[in-house]
Design a protein around this ligand. Sequence first.
Ligand code: UT7
Length: 319
Amino acid sequence: MNAKILGTGSYLPEKVVTNHDLARVVDTSDEWIYERTGIKERRQANATETVAYMGHQAALAALSHAKMTPQDLDMIIVSTTTPTHNFPSTACQIQGMLQARQIPAFDITAACAGFIYILSIAHQYIKAGAAKNVLLVGVESMFRLCHPDDRSTLVLFGDGAGAVIVSASEEPGILASDIYADGKDGHLLKCHVVNREHETPQRHGTIEMQGNDVFKIAVRELSNLVKASLEQNNIEPADIDWLIPHQANLRIIRAVAKKLNMSLDKVVLTLDRHGNTSSASIPIALDEAVKSNRVQPGQTLLLEAFGGGFVWGSALIKY
Ligand code: UT7
C-alpha cells in the first residue's frame, strides 16, 4: 500500500514582526539579518494563538482540502518542540478540538526535522496497513524559546503551523522517507526544559546555539543526504520538480540546491516572510506551493530538514 498526500493546510499568526521591528529591540539591522539568513519578517503568535489552536486551524484547512471530516482520521501525529503542556499532548488537544474518534494521537519531538520524522512514521504505518488516513501537524511557537536580549537567535525564528493528510492509496505517493540522528554534537543547539532539576542559568528555557558550527554541519549532512537519497531511489536531480527544504537559512538552502545542480526557481521558499518556524516550515511551504498551483499532481518533490539533536531527514514524494 502507498501513502499519498491528499490534503494540505496551514495557519500563520496575524502579527508580523519585521527586521526593522527587531532592530529597535536588539543590536541588529535589516541588512545583517537579510544578508546572513534571507529573512525579512516573521509571524508572532498572540496569547490566544496557542500551538493547539494554530495546529487545529491548519488541520481543519488540510481536512477541507482533502475533502474529509475528522471522523475519517485514524491517527493524529504532531511534531512540536513548543507544546504548552507536558501533557495532554498537543496531538490529544487537537483530537479533542476536532472531535475526532478515539484514535491514536501523539507528539514527536525532533526539532526542525520533526515534520520529516512524523511523515516517515505515517509512511510506515500506512505501508504496514495499520492506518489509512493520518493527520500530520507541524506546529511551533518559537518566539517563546528566544531570549529577548539574544540577537543571535531572536532574529531567526517565527511561529506557525502546517498540516498534511496522508492516506493509503493505490497510486504512488511517498516514494522514500529517511530519518537520522547523531547526539554527539547536540550541545551546539539546545534548549533546556524549565524544571526544578535544572534550576538557574540566565538563558534557562531559551535557545542556545553555536550558529556557525550548526551551519557547517547542516550543509555537510544535508548535501550528503539528498545525494544519497536520490541515488538509492534511482532518481536524477533533473527529475525533481520541487525542492521543499526546511527554512532555516537561505545560504544553507542554496548550498543544497547547488549540490543537486538545481536552480532556486525550483525551490519553494517562505523564509523571507516566515523566518525559521522549525518543524512547521516544510508543511507550511508545501501548503503554499500547492495552493498557489506551483506543485501539481504527478510532480516529484524532495523534502529535507536538519535540526537540534542533531536530527535530519528527507522524503521523496510523488504528489
Ligand atoms: O533550524 C535548525 C538549525 N539551525 C540552523 O540551521 C542555523 C544555522 N546557522 C545559521 O543560520 C547562521 O550561522 C546564523 C544566521 C545563525 C549566523 O550567521 P553566521 O554567518 O554564521 O554568523 P556568525 O554566528 O559567525 O556571527 C558573525 C557576526 C558575529 O560578530 P563578530 O564576532 O564577527 O564580531 C556575531 O556576534 O555577527 C554577529 N551577529 C549579529 N550581528 C547583527 C550575530 N547575530 C547578529 C545579529 N545582528 N542578529
